[in-house]
Design a protein around this ligand. Sequence first.
Ligand code: AMP
Length: 477
Amino acid sequence: MCGIIGIAGQHDVFPELHAGLLALQHRGQDAAGIVTFNNTFKMKKGLGLVSTVFAERHVPRLAGPMGLGHVRYATQGSNEELDAQPMAVNYPLGVAMVHNGNVTNFGQLRRSLYQENHRLVQTTCDVELILYALAAELETKNLSRISVDEIFECVAAVQRKVQGAYSVIAMIANVGMVAFTDPRGIRPMVMGQRFDDEGPAYIFASETNVFDYLGFERLRDVQAGEAVFVDMERQVHTRICERAKPAFCVFEYIYFALEDSVLHGRTVAGERVRMSRPLAATFAKSGLAPDIVIDVPSSAYFFASGMAESLEAPYRRGLVKNPHMGRSFINPTQEARERTVRQKLNPIKDVIAGKKIAVVDDSIVRGTTARHLVRMLKDAGAAEVYFVSASPPFVHPCVYGIDMSIKREMIAANYSVKQIARYMGADAVVYQQLEDLQALYSDLPCCFACFSGVYPTELSDRDLEELEQERVCSKNK
Ligand code: AMP
């Protein structure tokens, strides 16, 4: 999972790209990078947080009226500097690119790019493939006067070749900026506009929270299979290049996007409240009656407060999160993950002691977080602990860029709900029902593959095996 941003503005956009990446930092903390264009590409990228990669001294060198930014959370591929984005080529003309998602036909594409286009893929990062695929298509055109139609033809050809989930922003030197998604629009990308004194400025980003910080107005989401091209005069051209049945990743609403973002016209906070209604109904059916409902901060706040409202039980802040701790999820070993969870969350004993507690988290993947929380709450004196997951059970790997792709690690793929409760030491475990979640999205076609096993793109058992194998390898690196 990653965060991307692109701005085609009227004056230096580097400070805005930098601020935008800070607003997207929750989407990736492994690496960060920015490239601007001002007669030539100027790039700076590296491993770590945005605040680690960029220093004051980079500001003058990176000035330019158009640019791209990226924050990376390595899902597929290794976490090396070589894999950081943006990436760029200078033949047949300068193209720089950022992307969010996961290419599912990596091996086959790498081979064909080498055999047919003589391009040697050097990294394990998907964007390199998409970049070469676009460069190879551009090479077939007369580049001294490439037309808008031809740019869309090139994007369509890339969309036909590249399988999987991807939201991409590319800058083509002296031609413009083009943003496009895979034919199903699995990963998010939104578009905004601002009128500066010198003329309009356009922005593309993974989430709209960036627009609010930078003073852009949200125009709309980039549609499934659509390409939006902003030329050097800041004229906007759009086309649906390759369309398949849309399948927007529902986990963006559950976990990834921030509460203040608007995706497909819906605020993430509002979606979490909507999801809390059927979750509360399922919980009520179990006959349990909590004294209080608490959340695992911070993504579960709207699930827990919404559920409390429906159950007419008080919502309380029962856990404090240390904001300076790293993420537990991406630690390489179980022991390290458990240690991080312990150091990251602390119960407020006065709130917890003597109470029957429903504790709500966005999801249970391996069960590490939940198990430690249950123990922590019991140690703090909780009378009973009911662990509630706002996601249905994860039983299938995500091949579209969410980091949970090893099936043998997913607790719900291997154990029953009763066994999971026993493992956690919880008095009950309650999951969101998949049918309830699907019913909430009858008017917005979503991808539920990690819960249902129904993958919206073509995927053979062999592809799945290869992807899982790659994931195991990169985790062991
Ligand atoms: P686990 O301890 O393995 O069950 O992980 C579940 C916790 O990790 C939940 O508290 C989620 O907030 C968080 N989480 C779920 N999915 C992801 C993901 N793809 N990347 C990072 N964190 C996640």
